[in-house]
Design a protein around this ligand. Structure first.
Ligand SMILES: *Cc1c(COP(=O)(O)O)cnc(C)c1O
Length: 227
């Protein structure tokens, strides 16, 4: 039995948090195995990999797209994706809107917030996020099929717990600001996606509503060891 899985599931239930099992680079068998233990939410980073897995795994899996999404690939995942965590530009938002109209399908998204002090991370910083929201709120009725459910963020990859906590607080504060500025009375704006294997405890303490956990659940990823 996967006791880590059971523990995480229990912790998430206690805190009313959604547990997303991040299965990038993991086999369909490994996903099926966790699914058979009761896990329904899985997260993938790459479109091609997601398409292959979605085609051969149970239909009721809720697939979360958590990686950087190129506009030319939106069309392929939109028919089935449950939640896109990584909307980081107005251009990508427009493409999701366009394809959602074409499909006549409601699509749930999160805006990716950038708070880490790392140049490599995608996302919008606080000013960009607010500029995005201003632009959106002036014409929000033009986007009937795209539902902004919250934000996603990543803390820096560091052992400095104080810094991780500070960044998580920034993410949660951004979520609160958007909620009270643009989504008053809109209960669907309810998702603050933060926390991974290394920092999920801090994330819970700082108000995460969704954890994205990979290596803790699946073991370290199937990549070749460094030579
Ligand atoms: C890989 C990944 C995760 C999971 O990371 P772990 O440290 O393996 O838990 C979470 N979120 C994103 C965006 C990822 O790319």
């Amino acid at each position: 039995m996967n006791t880590i899985f059971q523990e995480l599931t229990q912790v998430c239930e206690e805190h009313k948090i959604t547990l997303v099992a991040v299965s990038k680079t993991k086999s369909a068998e490994a996903i099926q195995d966790l699914y058979d233990k009761g896990q329904k939410h899985f997260g993938e980073n790459y479109v091609q990999e997601l398409l292959e897995k979605q085609a051969c795994l149970p239909e009721d899996i809720c697939w979360h797209f958590i990686g950087h999404l190129q506009t030319n690939k939106v069309r392929q995942i939109l028919p089935f994706v449950y939640l896109i965590h990584s909307v980081d530009s107005w251009k990508l938002f427009q493409e999701i809107h366009k394809q959602s109209v074409r499909l006549n399908r409601e699509v749930n998204i999160l805006l990716q917030a950038y708070v880490a002090e790392e140049e490599t991370k995608y996302g919008m910083d606080a000013n960009e996020l607010l500029a995005f929201m201003e632009r959106w709120s002036a014409i929000r009725e033009q986007y009937p099929y795209v539902r902004i459910k919250g934000i996603m963020g990543m803390a820096s990859f560091t052992d400095d717990q104080t810094r991780v906590r500070d960044e998580m607080q920034q993410i949660r504060a951004l979520f609160n600001t958007l909620k009270k500025t643009y989504f008053i009375g809109q209960s669907y704006f309810d998702t603050c996606s933060m926390g991974m294997s290394g920092d999920y405890r801090i994330a819970i303490e700082e108000g995460s509503t969704l954890l994205r956990i990979g290596s803790l659940l699946f073991g370290s990823r199937n990549t070749l060891p460094a030579l």
